[in-house]
Design a protein around this ligand. Structure first.
Ligand SMILES: C=C(O[C@H]1C=CC=C(C(=O)O)[C@@H]1O)C(=O)O
Length: 449
């Protein structure tokens, strides 16, 4: 058992801790029989989160023990400051894996306003859930978090009983069916957008930009997001899975293949993921696509820009930086060039320092960053919101893990808005880029049909 602090216990009410509030957090854990994670986050009227990593950690959470929110260019720093106050003096009794964590993320652009369809999604927002269920190699644990020890213990017993009534398995069923789809960007508009980006590249203003589209999918009924994520797990077992639902607005969810960064102590892992070709009908065809990508000067340039940018951002913070050999990331519907990158930090910091340094990598933004962001803002006719932005968690020690919020969608009632983009460099062909973007809608779209 880990007792994070001696835990001065405060009297007080059960308001969530957050900005300007220095009440300490108390958390208590107990081991659980297995329970359906989907059933815990089924109701969409509460604040809920779900997070799963390719390495096997799975977490669901409900309610709010603490909330941090910020906007503008200082948003990373503001979240760090608010979280430091809330986590200061944290009194956790339970195993380390079941410790309280803050889950949430950032919008792609720092000037983001939480307007429709992104109500509830501020430019930066994190929640330490009141109830967490964590599954890993260390078993399944229930954790409850409150401002006082007696509250945390009472909540632990209540939720233990509540969970005993939930099923251990919940059918993931089939998709609600697609009635119609609507594009933000017609093929002719895409052609013009890519040509305009290519002109900026030819003028030397830009080297790479990732342009995206949104696809609005009208469904035959309401979407069950936890069940959709469960079906995505079967198709994309090596991807992250996340769900973020606030008490207002829609539910943002996805199955991203791309890690932005993970930090544990002074060890950092990240990757470059850029360059896409389809899967073939046969293993031979798969390999032919891969060969074309590996040998293509255009794909290698597109990918290399991401590796270089990550190296440049990490180098000032790291004392050792290792860029592994390029490999292929083969997913059910698409294949990517991938380069794993790891580092040891010069001095222990916070995972949000790394998130701030890395976001957006040229896998979702471009080179040079400022010109790419300007091009994205001027070109795209929809609000990226949290698409392609950092989504993940951090803890009291500043450790954490973030995925890039791609292969994602925003669900509200009977509509899911999907997002997908592609890197444009010199020699990009607008119609090939169009095809690659459509492939990236497929993971979620296939599960909604
Ligand atoms: C921007 C997306 O993918 C990125 C990740 C892998 C490959 C990419 C590409 O080939 O352009 C993108 O950089 C997306 O899925 O919306």
């Amino acid at each position: 058992m880990d007792r994070t602090s001696g835990g001065r216990q405060l009297t007080g009410d059960s308001r969530p801790a957050g900005a300007g509030d220095s009440s300490e957090l108390v958390s208590r854990s107990r081991e659980l029989e297995d329970v359906s994670f989907g059933a815990i986050v089924e109701a969409d009227d509460a604040c809920r989160i779900q997070w799963a990593t390719p390495a096997g950690l799975e977490v669901v959470g409900r309610g709010i023990a603490a909330r941090f929110a910020a906007s503008g260019p200082e948003r990373f720093d503001e979240i760090r400051t608010q979280a430091a106050a809330a986590f200061d003096g944290l009194d956790h009794v339970g195993p380390e894996v079941a410790r309280p964590r803050a889950f949430g993320g950032f919008s792609f652009h720092d000037g983001h306003e939480p307007e429709s369809p992104w109500d509830g999604f501020e430019a930066a927002s994190f929640v330490v859930p009141q109830v967490l269920v964590t599954r890993s190699d260390d078993g399944t644990w229930l954790t409850t978090i409150a401002q006082r020890a007696d509250e945390a213990t009472r909540c632990l017993e209540d939720w233990h009983e509540r969970l005993a009534d939930l099923p251990a398995m919940r059918p993931s069923g089939s998709g609600p069916g697609v009635r119609s789809t609507g594009r933000t960007t017609a093929p002719e508009a895409w052609q013009r957008q890519v040509e305009a980006a290519l002109e900026r590249i030819a003028n030397g203003d830009l080297t790479k930009v990732v342009l995206a589209q949104a696809l609005s999918v009208e469904l035959g009924g309401p979407v069950d997001v936890p069940a959709t994520l469960e079906r995505l797990r079967r198709q994309y077992p090596n991807c992250y899975r996340f769900l973020i639902g606030r008490d207002v607005g829609g539910t943002f969810f996805g199955a991203p293949p791309e890690r932005l960064v993970s930090k544990r102590g002074d060890r950092v892992e990240t990757e470059a993921l850029a360059g896409s070709v389809p899967r073939g009908e046969t293993p031979e065809e798969d390999d032919e696509y891969v060969e074309r990508m590996v040998e293509s000067e255009k794909f290698q340039r597109e990918h290399g820009l991401v590796v270089e940018a990550i190296r440049d951002q990490l180098e000032p913070l790291a004392r050792e930086l290792a860029i592994d050999e390029q490999t292929i990331r083969r997913l059910a519907t698409i294949q990517h060039l991938q380069t794993p990158i790891s580092a040891m930090l010069e001095r222990d910091g916070h995972v949000l320092d790394l998130v701030e340094a890395l976001h957006p990598t040229p896998a979702v933004g471009g080179v040079p960053p400022r010109a790419a962001l300007e091009t994205i803002r001027e070109t795209e006719s929809f609000d990226r919101g949290w698409y392609a932005a950092p989504i993940g968690w951090f803890d009291a020690a500043g450790d954490g893990e973030f995925a890039v919020g791609i292969r994602s969608g925003l669900a509200a009632d009977e509509t899911v808005t999907l997002f997908a983009g592609n890197g444009i460099v010199a020699d990009s062909d607008p119609s090939e880029e169009w095809e690659e973007v459509q492939l990236k809608f497929r993971p979620i779209l296939d599960e909604l049909r």
